[in-house]
Ligand binder design. Structure first.
Ligand SMILES: [Zn+2]
Length: 302
């Protein structure tokens, strides 16, 4: 329970239900890779957590992107290992989610995938679960918003009724065909309840605006917007994705390593520091842990 002792102290609110304690606010920033680090000797979550620790990092996102393939028993083992090593876990829900599908079965299956990700993540002691909400298709952004909001509300209510207490995070998306502008995910948090906050993906926001949100001043405005719309607590509970990115007229094309892209990660780190942000920074660069280490070092030296 070393993690519990270290992260639940002072202002870290423990809203734990039953034996699972999920600290909703963190006191500092934790850095780690999106998934098992490349350096891990085996491709298992437990080995990933151990490698993260060896690399001097302190967070890891469990990638359920191709399906929630972890038993409850394994999730408990992951939780013990992560707590013993002081690693904060987050979860990425499957990519195959479209809460705005024309097919009602696909909407239900999407809700189920988010629910399963949250449930297994919660048992694994994860702090937050991020998901891609869906696509506009032929619908207007307003209608898409209403349909996605209602579907997310169903998931929130189901999780609450089962005592599953974990952050649910719709992600800011990089492609223009995808629901998930900064304003849309902020509005979801405002219209639903406090178990929803955005996952802020700096690369996606940069790509979606085709080059914007990249100067220190623009990034300051982004942070001010979040603070103004969602309150100061939102800055003490941020789930963040960072990577390099290539983009075109339709937004995101592919993720890149930070040094290969124009993303102004130095300004990102500067504003995170300036706004005293706490939470988790996940590197989604192809080199995973290398950029997580780069960001953590930069943050510590700034
Ligand atoms: Zn994502």
């Amino acid at each position: 329970m070393r993690l519990a002792q270290s992260v639940l102290k002072s202002q870290e609110r423990n809203l734990g239900y039953g034996e699972f304690c999920v600290p909703r606010c963190l006191t500092r920033l934790y850095f780690g890779p999106a998934g098992v680090p490349h350096a891990a000797k085996r491709r298992s979550t437990i080995e990933g957590v151990r490698t993260v620790r060896e690399l001097g990092l302190d967070a890891m996102e469990i990638e359920f992107v191709r399906g929630v393939r972890m038993s409850e028993t394994m999730a408990q083992k992951v939780r013990e290992e992560a707590q013993n090593l002081g690693i904060v876990l987050t979860v990425h829900a499957p990519y195959y989610i479209n809460l705005n599908s024309d097919d009602p079965n696909k909407v239900e299956a999407s809700k189920e995938r988010i629910y399963q990700s949250a449930k297994i993540g919660f048992i694994a002691g994860a702090w937050s679960v991020v998901f891609h909400p869906g696509y506009y298709g032929k619908r207007s952004s307003e209608e898409t918003y209403r349909r996605i909001r209602d579907a997310v509300r169903d998931v929130v209510e189901r999780l609450k009724s089962e005592g599953i207490d974990i952050w649910l995070r719709p992600e800011t998306m990089g492609g223009l065909a995808e629901f998930g502008s900064l304003e849309e995910v902020v509005k979801l948090s405002q219209d639903l309840d406090l178990s929803i906050l955005p996952c802020i993906d700096f690369a996606h926001i940069h790509a979606r605006s085709r080059g914007g949100y990249n100067s220190y001043e623009e990034l300051r405005q982004l942070m001010e917007y979040i603070e103004r719309e969602l309150g100061k607590d939102a800055l003490h509970s941020m789930h963040i994705h960072v990577s390099g990115i290539r983009y075109g007229d339709r937004g995101e094309i592919e993720h890149l390593n930070l040094e290969e892209s124009d993303l102004n990660y130095k300004a990102v780190i500067k504003v995170l520091k300036e706004f005293n942000v706490a939470g988790v920074v996940i590197s989604e660069s192809p080199n995973l842990e290398e950029d997580a280490i780069l960001l953590k070092k930069l943050y510590e030296e700034t």
